[in-house]
Ligand binder design. Structure first.
Ligand code: LIP
Length: 284
């Protein structure tokens, strides 16, 4: 690497090259992906439920997060950790790993081959003992590993997004009537009724809808042009932390439903030309 390139290479506040941190995230995601994919029993049992009887946890969710936590804290004990199954533990570096050990748990439970391991590292400008907030954090590196599809999505802040090493460039997007739009639904019955009403209004106005069941893969699909847009309300930070960076580094626009920062109240990702049309359609 030339001196100019080294000088331009993005680094974390502690001076670590972001590409080195991405390599750690990817290595760990691949190992966890092999655990859940190769070790998937013929009949997956529900180990527990969370927000509702359909919001399930399997033993593999727990095992995957334990492996990821062990690898990341062994390599970087100074960083914070926020995982879907074990919650938040503060660090001292101002950096936090945000982890979904199996995104698409219901797909995994049923044997539907659309689930992923999602690992992101975010800079928390607030820097404190509290959980990092998607409204203020800065994702630095992200890795979404799809073990069933044998695809790995990666991104570095300011360094672009890649699918299996190939650069990703999100398209501008078609007009609304020609758009293939992905979405997802919550685990709460009342919220699902609201979300069904939105679908009923949107479906006649677009090409078609897709419900893949894995937010991280939905966002990566926008980055790769496999869908034209993706929206969902009720996501958790670990669902989108890594794939949000993949989508934005590929050139997609990712906001909330009122145009601000994306988060649990709403996330919309689309190409730059299509994004305002979908935003307006959701607002109406
Ligand atoms: C899932 C998301 C999906 C959403 C599901 C669930 P999980 O995450 O990836 O987009 O529609 O309700 O939240 O629970 O499988 O990690």
């Amino acid at each position: 690497m030339t001196a100019d390139a080294a000088a331009a290479a993005p680094v974390a506040p502690d001076g670590t090259a972001l590409r080195e941190l991405l390599a750690l995230a990817e290595r760990t995601a691949r190992e966890a992906g092999a655990l859940i994919h190769d070790g998937r029993p013929s009949r997956v049992e529900v180990a527990a439920t969370k927000s509702s009887p359909t919001d399930v946890v399997t033993a593999m969710d727990t095992a995957s997060e334990a492996l990821i936590l062990e690898r990341l804290t062994a390599a970087r004990p100074q960083d914070g950790f926020l995982g879907e199954e074990t919650g938040h533990r503060a660090g001292t570096s101002g950096l936090t790993w945000v982890v979904d050990p199996i995104d698409g748990t219901v797909n995994y439970l049923y044997g539907i081959r659309a689930y992923a391991v999602s690992i992101a590292l975010v800079l928390d400008p607030v820097r404190g003992a509290s959980e990092p907030d998607p409204a203020s954090w800065q994702p630095l590196v992200g890795c979404v590993h799809d073990p069933a599809g044998a695809e790995t999505w990666t991104a570095v802040r300011g360094g672009g997004a890649h699918l299996d090493g190939r650069a990703l460039h999100a398209e501008d997007g078609p007009e609304l009537a020609g758009a293939l739009v992905a979405t997802g639904f919550g685990y709460d019955a009342a919220r699902r009724a609201e979300q069904a009403a939105v679908v009923a209004r949107l479906l006649p106005r677009v090409r078609d809808l897709r419900r893949i069941g894995t937010a991280s893969l939905d966002l990566c699909a926008v980055a790769a042009g496999r869908v034209d847009a993706y929206y969902e309300r009720g996501l958790k930070p670990w669902d989108f932390a890594a794939a949000l960076l993949v989508a934005t580094e590929a050139g997609a626009v990712v906001t909330g439903f009122t145009g601000g920062a994306p988060g649990g109240e709403g996330l919309l990702a689309a190409g730059p030309a299509l994004h305002p049309e979908v935003l307006a359609a959701l607002a109406s």
